[in-house]
Design a protein around this ligand. Structure first.
Ligand SMILES: CC(C)(COP(=O)(O)OP(=O)(O)OC[C@H]1O[C@@H](n2cnc3c(N)ncnc32)[C@H](O)[C@@H]1OP(=O)(O)O)[C@@H](O)C(=O)NCCC(=O)NCCS
Length: 179
C-alpha cells in the first residue's frame, strides 16, 4: 500500500469512485435531460434554460450520437458533453461545436468536465475539425473560467431579444385554431 493510500485510509476518507467517460446511449437520455434541468435553471442560467428541452437532447443524439458523451461513476451519470460537427457549404473548415456541457453539483471541480472536453476534442480531431466553438451565458462565470482554462478565447458578444406574445392583438384561440 502506498504512503498516500495509508494516509487517506487513516483519515477515514472514502476512496474516490472511478469515473468512465463513454458514448451516450439511448437509455441515458432521460438522466442527461434531468441533470440539465438541474443545472440550466431560469434563475442562474436563463438563456441556457430557454434552449434546454427534451427535443434538443433527442435531436442532437439522433444526428450526432458519436459526439455525445457521458461521465459515469458507480453506475450514476455525473456529467455530459454533447457536441456536433458543423460544416458550411463552400467553406473548407469543419467546426466542432460544444453544444452542452454539465457536471453534477457534488462532482464539480473534480476534473470531470475536463475529461469530457478532452475526449470530445479527440473526437472532433478524428473528424478533422479545425476549430472548436462554444457559447454560454455572459454571467456564467464558472463556465467562462473553465473554457478559458482550456484555451478558449476571442469572445464575441451576442444579444438575445424577446417579444412577449401574450400582448399580441390576435386572440389566442384564433392563433391555435389556425395551425
Ligand atoms: C462549467 C462546468 C461544466 C465545469 O465542470 P467541472 O467538472 O467542475 O470542471 P473541472 O473540474 O474539469 O475544471 C477544470 C478547471 O476549470 C476551471 N474552473 C472550473 N469551474 C470553475 C469555477 N466554478 N470557478 C473558477 N474556475 C473554474 C478551473 O481552472 C478548474 O481547474 P481547478 O479545479 O484545478 O482549479 C460545471 O461548473 C457545470 O456543470 N456548470 C453548469 C453547466 C454549465 O454552465 N455548462 C457550460 C455551458 S453549456
Amino acid at each position: 500500500m502506498s504512503e498516500n493510500e495509508k494516509a487517506r485510509r487513516s483519515r477515514g476518507r472514502p476512496e474516490p469512485a472511478p469515473v468512465e467517460v463513454r458514448e451516450m446511449k439511448l437509455n441515458d437520455l432521460p438522466v442527461v435531460f434531468a441533470l440539465g434541468q438541474e443545472l440550466f435553471t431560469a434563475e442562474k442560467l436563463p438563456t441556457l434554460y430557454r434552449s434546454w428541452d427534451e427535443h434538443e437532447v433527442v435531436t442532437l443524439f439522433g444526428t450526432d450520437d458519436e459526439t455525445c458523451l457521458v461521465a459515469e461513476a458507480r453506475g450514476e451519470i455525473i456529467g455530459f458533453a454533447l457536441g456536433r460537427i458543423m460544416e458550411k457549404p463552400r467553406n473548407a473548415w469543419r467546426y466542432g461545436w460544444v453544444e452542452w456541457l454539465g457536471v453534477r453539483p457534488g462532482w464539480k471541480r473534480s476534473g470531470i468536465a475536463s475529461r469530457l472536453l478532452g475526449r470530445l476534442t479527440e473526437l472532433f480531431l478524428e473528424r478533422e475539425a479545425r476549430m472548436m466553438l462554444v457559447d454560454t451565458d455572459e454571467e456564467n462565470t464558472d463556465a467562462l473560467a473553465f473554457f478559458e482554462k482550456h484555451g478558449f478565447g476571442h469572445s464575441i458578444r451576442h444579444v438575445y431579444l424577446s417579444c412577449n406574445l401574450d400582448d399580441h392583438p390576435r386572440p389566442r384561440h384564433r392563433r391555435s385554431s389556425a395551425r
